[in-house]
Write a protein that binds this ligand. Structure first.
Ligand code: UD1
Length: 416
C-alpha cells in the first residue's frame, strides 16, 4: 500500500494549476445516463473516484472514452440499471446513479451506502424525493428498488440541505412530466455546474445556486459538451498549504467566486490573497492569527476544508474553536494531528485548537479524504520526515497531489 513521505519546514513557492472538481464531475458523469446521445466532458480530473464512477457506468452499459482531460460518455442503451454493493461501498457518490437510472429506464436497483468513516450519512431524502415524484420504492436485501413508468413533477422540501440529494432529484426531474420545485435545495457551486450541463443537454432548470430550484420536465435530453468547473476544495487545500508554510503561491484556473468563506478566514488569519481573473495568489510573511470557524452548507465554510484549517490553526498564535455541523464524526484527524505535536481538545462536535505548537514528524494514518489533506498540510509544517499511511483516500480526490506540491518546492514523495 502506498504511503507519502513528507519532510516539512520548506515554504511553498511557485505556480500550480487546479484540476476539475471531483464533486462536480461525479454527478455530471451520472447525467450521461439521461441521454442516448454522447456527452462530452472537458477538464475531467484524473482521480480514483472518477475511475470508479466510469467502471460503475460501464457495468450498466455506458461506454466512456478518455483523451487527456476530456471524457466522452455514451449511454445509447442501458443494459442493466444496477449499482451493486461492491461499488457503492467504495464510493458513496454511486447513489447519484439512482435518479438518472429511474428517469431513463423506469427502474433502478442501487445498493444502500451504509455508514462511512465520517458518519451515518443516510439517503432518506433521495428516497422521499423520488417517492414524491411518484416512484415506488422498496428496500430489499440492502438495495433500493425503485420503479416508475414516468416520474411526475412534484413539490419537495428537503428536511436538511443535502448536496447529492439535490443533484439526484434535479437529474430525475429533468425527464419527469410537468414541473418539479425543490425547496431548501443545496446552493453549492457543483449543483450549479450540474444544472448548467443538464441545461446544455436540453433540460429546463432555473434557480440552481438558490435554495429553490425549478425544473420543467422534458421528454428527451440530447448530447452536449461541458467543461467541469475548477475544484474549489483542491484550491482551498493549496491556499492553506501555502499559508501554513509561509509561502508564496499562485493558483491558476480557479473560480475565486466559489471560495469566499475560505478566503475570508485566511484574511482574518492575516493571510491575504490577491485575485487576478482566475488566478489566486497567496503570500504569508507575517504571523498567523487564530480564527474560529463553524462548517455550514454553501456559502458557509465547507466541511471539506475543516481538517485543513485545523492543521493551519495548530501553528497560529492563540486558540481557535472549530465546530463541525455537517457530519457527526468528522474529527478523526485530531488524534493524528496530536501525534505530530498539535494541542487539540474535542468537546462534542467542537475542537479547541491551542496554537503556537511546534509540530514534529511522526507516522500517521489517513482516515478519510479531507482528513488526509489536513495531515499533508501538517506534514509540510512539521520538522522531520512524516509518513502518511493509507493514502488511497487522497488518491480518490486529489490529482497528483505529490507532483503538484513537489513543483512548489515541497519535499514529498510516494513510497510503495
Ligand atoms: C457532498 C459531497 C461531500 C461534502 C458534503 C457536504 C459529493 C460527491 N460529496 O456529500 O464532499 O462533504 O456534500 O458538503 O458531492 N443527510 C441526511 N439524509 C439524506 C442526505 C443527507 O440525513 O438523505 C445528511 C447527511 O448525513 C449529512 C448532511 O445531510 O449530515 C449533509 O450531507 P450531504 O450534503 O448529503 O452530503 P453528500 O451529498 O453525501
Amino acid at each position: 500500500m502506498d504511503k507519502l513521505s513528507i519532510t516539512g519546514g520548506f515554504p511553498l513557492h511557485g505556480e500550480v494549476r487546479v484540476s476539475g472538481a471531483k464533486n462536480a464531475a461525479l454527478p455530471i458523469l451520472c447525467a450521461a445516463i439521461l441521454t442516448p446521445e454522447p456527452l462530452v466532458l472537458k477538464n475531467v480530473p484524473k482521480l480514483n473516484d472518477v475511475h470508479t464512477m466510469r467502471s460503475l457506468l460501464a457495468q450498466m452499459g455506458v461506454r466512456s472514452e478518455a483523451e487527456d482531460d476530456a471524457l466522452t460518455l455514451s449511454a445509447a442503451d442501458i443494459d442493466w440499471p444496477l449499482a451493486p454493493y461492491e461499488m457503492v461501498k467504495t464510493m458513496r457518490a454511486s447513489i447519484l446513479a439512482l435518479g438518472p437510472l429511474l428517469a431513463r429506464c423506469g427502474e433502478a436497483r442501487v445498493s444502500l451506502p451504509g455508514g462511512c468513516a465520517i458518519g451515518l450519512r443516510p439517503v432518506d431524502q433521495h428516497i422521499k424525493g423520488l417517492q414524491a415524484m411518484g416512484a415506488e420504492i422498496d428496500l430489499d436485501h440492502g438495495y433500493i428498488e425503485a420503479k416508475a413508468k414516468r416520474l411526475s413533477g412534484a413539490h419537495f422540501v428537503f428536511d436538511m440541505v443535502t448536496v447529492t440529494g439535490t443533484e439526484n432529484l434535479m437529474m430525475a426531474a429533468t425527464l419527469a412530466s410537468g414541473r418539479t420545485v425543490l425547496d431548501n435545495a443545496a446552493r453549492e457551486p457543483e449543483v450549479v455546474d450540474l444544472a448548467d450541463c443538464l441545461n446544455a443537454m436540453g433540460a429546463v432548470i432555473s434557480g440552481a445556486g438558490t435554495d429553490r430550484i425549478v425544473i420543467e420536465g422534458v421528454s428527451r435530453l440530447s448530447g452536449a459538451t461541458h467543461a467541469i468547473m475548477p475544484d474549489r476544495i483542491e484550491t482551498g487545500t493549496f491556499l492553506v498549504a501555502a499559508a501554513a508554510t509561509g509561502g508564496d503561491v499562485a493558483l491558476t484556473g480557479t473560480r475565486p467566486d466559489t471560495l469566499d468563506a475560505v478566503l475570508d478566514k485566511l484574511a482574518e488569519a492575516g493571510v491575504a490573497a490577491t485575485i487576478d481573473g482566475s488566478t489566486i495568489r497567496i503570500k504569508r510573511n507575517g504571523r498567523l492569527k487564530s480564527v474560529s470557524m463553524r462548517t455550514a452548507p454553501y456559502p458557509g465554510f465547507p466541511t471539506d476544508m475543516q481538517a485543513q484549517l485545523m492543521a493551519l490553526m495548530t501553528v497560529a498564535d492563540d486558540a481557535a474553536m472549530i465546530t463541525e455541523t455537517i457530519f457527526e464524526n468528522r474529527m478523526m484527524h485530531v488524534q493524528e494531528l496530536k501525534r505530530l505535536g498539535a494541542a487539540i481538545e474535542v468537546e462534542g462536535n467542537t475542537a479547541i485548537v491551542r496554537g503556537a505548537q511546534k509540530l514534529t514528524a511522526a507516522n500517521v494514518m489517513a482516515t478519510d479524504l479531507r482528513a488526509s489533506a489536513g495531515l499533508v498540510i501538517a506534514g509540510l509544517i512539521a520538522e522531520g520526515e512524516t509518513v502518511i499511511d493509507r493514502i488511497y483516500h487522497l488518491d480518490r480526490g486529489y490529482e497528483r497531489i505529490e507532483d503538484k506540491l513537489s513543483a512548489l518546492g515541497a519535499r514529498i514523495c510516494r513510497v510503495s
